[in-house]
Design a protein around this ligand. Structure first.
Ligand SMILES: Nc1nc2c(c(=O)[nH]1)N[C@H]1C(S)=C(S)[C@@H](COP(=O)(O)O)O[C@H]1N2
Ligand SMILES: [Mo]
Length: 412
């Protein structure tokens, strides 16, 4: 991945309109039908997934749903590099009313509510009028890996590809809020995008952050990812970046920011995206009276990316195993690897540090002396000493999946 010179990023009116226009055309055309299938067994099925290349600005993706689009990143993409290419970055929307195109000249981001001076900012105001920042961060859906929950839970049946890592470029939310001047008594800041519910009275998708979090200097309004304008389906022209937090807060096509004098109790904060207030957000199926809290920070996870379950490896010879890890809300401290089902562990070698919110590559060499099946396991620990659990967590929303991952391979 080429590095990005922030000063070199020059969005033009033409590029904005051209890109959004092309996306609009493609989205207005025939529904996306699958090209082919991919073997991606989930417990209890399905054993195969449809692959599609029919979405604007997207390469080959796993099709979960067409309207609104739910597109998963094929897992082998994570083996190719630490940054997830824009055209294979996963896509998730709640409502199907999504603009087909956004006119970059007419677009405005409003900042209102408990502020001294309400703002209506153009894209030029944002791209050229404020200091630029850039940060690598993992964007992971709260429901990533839902398809592995047992018992199964309704919702998008993601395998592990509802996540991605990108270099996000934009402006600090703090700078935008300071420009408007937040008044005393501000409690939360609410974010809304251009998408709308399909039926009257259904709750518009909005998320809020506490005022101190919103002003921490890390939360960003991004206009670029991996050196390019955001793909329409990933939130063109602006989206919120909340480093270390699940992507339900990363509001796309962000066009409205409202400073609130009380906690936001809209459906998407109070009811949806809540998790048990328990270790690993875990509960037993059917358990009653569990205290629920809004989902927030991510937890550490690690994966093998170069060997698929059931892969054959040569017995008695050295085999390279590699993958990715991320620390959640802080960096990776270590990644440990076991080639004997968790009996013994050795530290893996870590790749380049791209920042504490980024994927980090790891690798190790193993030799499987005996022919037959072997359980390979990977476990990571973050900078706060949080380690992945031995047993998978479970909750009724199938959020925040975490477990030490196992890949069974056969030495031949
Ligand atoms: N405007 C808007 N922003 C949104 C959503 C949405 O439905 N509407 N979904 C959120 C959720 S739950 C996820 S997982 C991420 C997905 O981001 P991506 O599509 O860029 O991968 O967008 C978040 N931001
Ligand atoms: Mo999500």
């Amino acid at each position: 991945m080429a590095s990005i010179d922030p000063r070199g990023f020059r969005p033009t009116r033409r590029a904005f309109l051209g890109q959004a226009g092309a996306a609009g055309l493609a989205m207005a055309s025939v529904p996306a039908w699958a090209d082919t299938t991919l073997k991606l067994p989930l417990p209890g099925g399905p054993g195969e997934r449809l692959l599609t290349t029919d979405f604007p600005q997207k390469g080959q993706m796993i099709l979960q749903r067409t309207r609104p689009p739910l597109l998963e990143t094929p897992f082998e993409v994570f083996d190719r590099g630490v940054f997830t290419p824009n055209d294979q970055f996963f896509v998730r929307w709640h409502w199907a009313v999504i603009p087909n195109a956004v006119d970059a000249d007419k677009f405005r981001l409003t900042v209102r509510g408990l502020v001294d001076k309400p703002l209506s900012l153009s894209l030029k105001d944002i791209v050229y009028g404020l200091p630029r920042v850039e940060l690598a961060a993992v964007n992971q859906c709260s429901g990533n890996s839902r398809g592995f929950f047992l018992p199964r839970v309704p919702g998008g049946q993601w395998a592990n590809g509802a996540m991605g890592n990108a270099k996000w470029m934009g402006v600090k939310l703090k700078d935008v809020l300071n420009r408007a001047g937040v008044k005393a008594g501000a409690v939360q800041v609410r974010f809304n995008g251009l998408d709308e519910p399909v039926v009257d009275g259904a709750p518009d998708f909005m998320k809020s952050l506490d005022i101190d979090h919103a002003r921490d200097g890390e939360v960003m309004i991004a206009f670029a990812m991996n050196g390019q304008q955001l793909p329409l389906l990933n939130g063109f022209p602006l989206r919120l970046i909340v480093p270390g937090w699940y992507s339900t807060y990363w509001v796309k096509m962000l066009n409205d920011i409202e400073v609130l004098d009380k906690p936001d109790d809209n459906y998407w904060m109070k009811t949806a995206y809540t998790i048990p207030d328990t270790p690993h957000a875990s509960m037993t199926p059917g358990q009653a009276g569990v205290k629920m809290v809004p989902i927030s920070k991510m937890v550490p996870r690690s994966f093998v990316t170069n060997l698929k379950p059931g892969a054959s490896v040569p017995a008695g010879a050295s085999t390279l195993v590699r993958g990715i890890a991320f620390g959640g809300d802080t960096g990776i401290a270590k990644v440990d690897f076991s080639a004997d089902g968790g009996k013994s562990w050795v530290p893996a070698t870590l790749g380049k540090d791209e920042g504490k919110y980024s994927f980090r590559q790891w690798q190790t060499n193993i030799t499987l002396a005996d022919k037959g099946e072997h359980a390979l396991m990977v476990r990571c620990t973050n900078g706060d000493g949080v380690v992945q659990p031995d047993a998978p967590n479970w909750n009724a929303g199938a959020f925040m999946r975490n477990v030490i991952e196992t890949v069974s391979v056969t030495a031949v």
